[in-house]
Design a protein around this ligand. Structure first.
Ligand SMILES: [Zn+2]
Length: 227
């Protein structure tokens, strides 16, 4: 039986922050929170972002509660479509977003200096074959990135290759495309956009990447740069 005495109380700094939120943000927007509770959620976009604490999704886009349906995982990846009895958290979130909530936009939000991307690069390159020897889940999760890694042109410098892998969300885009093609739910009514936050600790730039050729796992076109 689980020993409840092992549970620890919520850290005091979080308790104090909650009281602060209740007295300010909540108190000033009570009617909005009540409306969300009564009418349900109608998010304007789904965002798939990295777990990295520096990628502050709601802050970057200045969003209120109820605006974004957010799914976070290591390196903001969309896994390949698989119909089995395994636990597919990311696929479940996408299915719910599209089928039930009918969200019109899906945004894959990457970021620079991504630990998941960088470590998988070292691993795939053979530079650190023991990197994941103690991992039960991270190594197999990051295999999603391998098709992108294998498409990186060999004539680039290491830094260029890393940057390239960081920005290439073709694995995720291709897998979203596959979901659209083979699954019972369709993404056709949702617009797929890949965003890329450059310099989370530095310049705060947002580069928008459209994946216009999802049959080609490296078919990515950067169409705009927002400074
Ligand atoms: Zn990351």
């Amino acid at each position: 039986m689980f020993n409840l005495s092992l549970l620890k109380p919520l850290p005091e700094y979080l308790v104090q922050r909650y009281y602060g939120w209740k007295a300010t943000t909540f108190a000033n927007n009570k009617s909005w929170y009540h409306k969300l509770a009564e009418d349900g959620q109608h998010p304007r976009a789904m965002i798939i972002s990295c777990c990295d604490s520096r990628v502050h999704v709601t802050s970057i886009f200045g969003s209120d509660a109820g605006e974004f349906f957010i799914h976070r995982n290591i390196a903001n990846l969309v896994p390949p479509f698989k119909e089995d009895q395994d636990y597919h958290g990311t696929s479940a979130a996408i299915e719910y977003a599209v089928k039930t909530l009918k969200i019109p936009h899906i945004i894959v939000l990457g970021h620079s200096t991504c630990g998941g991307v960088h470590s998988s690069f070292e691993y795939f390159s053979g530079n650190n074959p023991n990197l994941y020897k103690d991992s039960n889940f991270v190594a197999s999760w990051l295999e999603i990135l391998r098709p992108s890694f294998e498409k990186i042109p060999s004539n680039l410098s290491k830094n260029e290759k890393l940057k390239s892998l960081e920005k290439k969300y073709s694995s995720s885009g291709f897998n979203l495309y596959r979901i659209n093609k083979v699954s019972m739910f369709r993404l056709a009514d949702a617009n797929l956009v890949s965003g890329y936050i450059k310099g989370v600790n530095g310049y705060g730039k947002l580069k928008v990447i459209m994946e216009n050729d999802l049959e080609n796992t490296y078919g990515i076109k950067e169409i705009s740069l927002v400074n």
